[in-house]
Design a protein around this ligand. Structure first.
Ligand SMILES: [Zn+2]
Length: 77
């Protein structure tokens, strides 16, 4: 019973107040799965994380620009 043993270990770790390994979200727009940090590729979508992050930043900047435009329009009403 490997699973039960692993579960017991996990709850022991929680009792001792240890945090589970820190997971990050995949920056892929269509993925967003939880992955371990430090990897180069997402095991879910197979995307290269550096490329996906760059794309995400670009999309964020676009969204910020759109929000700024929207704010200007709303303030002008
Ligand atoms: Zn992914």
């Amino acid at each position: 019973m490997t699973t039960a043993k692993a579960n017991r270990k996990w709850s022991d770790a929680r009792l001792k107040g240890r945090l589970p390994p820190q997971l990050v979200r995949c920056p892929g727009a269509d993925c967003g799965q939880y992955i371990y940090p430090g990897g180069k590729k997402c095991p879910h979508c197979g995307g290269v994380l550096v490329t996906l992050k760059r794309k995400q930043l670009g999309a964020l900047r676009k969204a910020e620009a759109a929000a700024a435009t929207l704010k200007r329009i709303l303030e002008g009403l």
